[in-house]
Design a protein around this ligand. Structure first.
Ligand code: HSE
Length: 341
């Protein structure tokens, strides 16, 4: 049995979701892949640190209010950087809060882990939208892997489908619903909720960003569109430079008007290559009910790849949520440790 030691940076929605998902499937992975994933170290800004090189029981991690309450662990005064340097780990799971203006502190954490010879997995959109090329080059130079599946559509394999499968069919465009919070808000408003009630629920369910402005003003979708542009078309477009509009100006009257026209409002992110030029945008659009994207409701996300050889390909699935994003981390871990020696 291969034992993989994991260090987790930050223990918020995604960190906890990851441990829950792992707790549910760990035995299955042992049987299926001969891999035992151990969480050896966790550090959080407000819950302290816990460390046990033999593995911290996942149930202890899930039950403890504070990491300092975990009984069978040491509690060194580490921050993210000292954890990377001192804990026995094979891979660092970086799930700190996202900042799409600077990418920090995620970029710093990822660079430090890569330079220390650790594989890294992240769901953090800021560092990947802004620094993917530099980070993936650094990873290659240091002989480690970088997993980023959870940065777009949580655990729904949006990036893998594009980069590992459809790429060879010739991708010309991709468009879709890439933000769970705004899609949830629009669906709830259709069902009669106010914008404020719907946003409060999205925050309660853990879909929204720490600062939900990123969701409702379209910045989160812009970061995802930027990641898609880099992965699919090798084109860097800074998220803040993407032509962008959010959903805050959509009123209940607009929603009723769309219904009369057999349509629904959706926040659509899109990136396409036309005459060797890559064009990206984030905009609310009235989508006719005949288009599958209009029937994607709630926190669910969806995307449509357009390809030369296969025509349009749709992918519909979870776009946010604790366990769903936690599973994205597992996908990357399994990929890294079943493909590498
Ligand atoms: N706030 C994001 C969303 C989380 O609602 O889609 C997943 O990236």
């Amino acid at each position: 049995m291969k034992r993989i030691r994991i260090g987790i940076i930050c223990f918020g929605n995604v960190g906890i979701g990851f441990v829950k998902a792992l707790n549910e499937k760990n035995e299955f992975y042992q049987k299926e892949h001969g891999i035992e994933f151990l969480v050896t170290a966790v550090v959080s800004l407000d819950k302290g640190c816990a460390y046990n090189p033999e593995g911290i029981p996942l149930s202890d991690l899930l039950e403890a209010e504070s990491l300092l309450d975990i009984p069978n662990a040491e509690h060194p005064k580490w921050n993210a950087i000292t954890l990377i340097h001192n804990a026995e780990t094979d891979v660092i799971v970086e799930v700190s809060y996202t900042n799409i203006k600077t990418g920090e502190p995620g970029v710093l954490h990822l660079r430090e882990a890569i330079l220390s010879g650790k594989h890294v997995v992240t769901t953090n959109k800021g560092p990947i939208a802004l620094q993917y090329k530099a980070l993936s080059t650094l990873a290659r130079e240091n002989n480690v892997k970088i997993g980023i599946e959870g940065t777009v559509m949580s655990g729904t394999p949006a990036l893998r489908l594009g980069t590992e499968v459809l790429h060879s069919a010739g991708i010309t465009a991709v468009q879709g619903i890439f933000n769970g919070t705004t899609n949830f808000i629009l669906s709830e408003m259709e069902n009669g909720s106010t914008y404020e009630e719907a946003l409060a629920l999205a925050q309660q369910f853990g879909y929204a960003e720490a600062d939900p402005t990123a969701d409702v003003e379209g910045y989160d979708t812009a970061a995802k569109v930027s990641i898609l542009a880099q992965l699919l078309f090798d084109e860097f477009i800074e998220p803040l430079n993407i032509d962008r509009e959010g959903i805050t100006d959509i009123t209940p009257a607009d929603i009723r008007a769309a219904k009369v026209e057999n349509s629904r409002w959706k926040l659509i992110g899109s990136v396409r290559k036309i005459d060797n030029k890559v064009i990206a945008s984030v905009k609310p659009a009235m989508i006719p009910l005949s288009n599958p994207l209009s029937n994607v409701a709630g926190v669910t996300n969806a995307m449509q790849y357009e390809t030369d050889l296969l025509g349009p390909v749709f992918l519909i699935g979870a776009g946010a949520g604790r366990i769903e994003t936690g599973f994205a981390v597992l996908e990357d871990l399994i990929s890294i440790f079943t493909k590498s020696a």
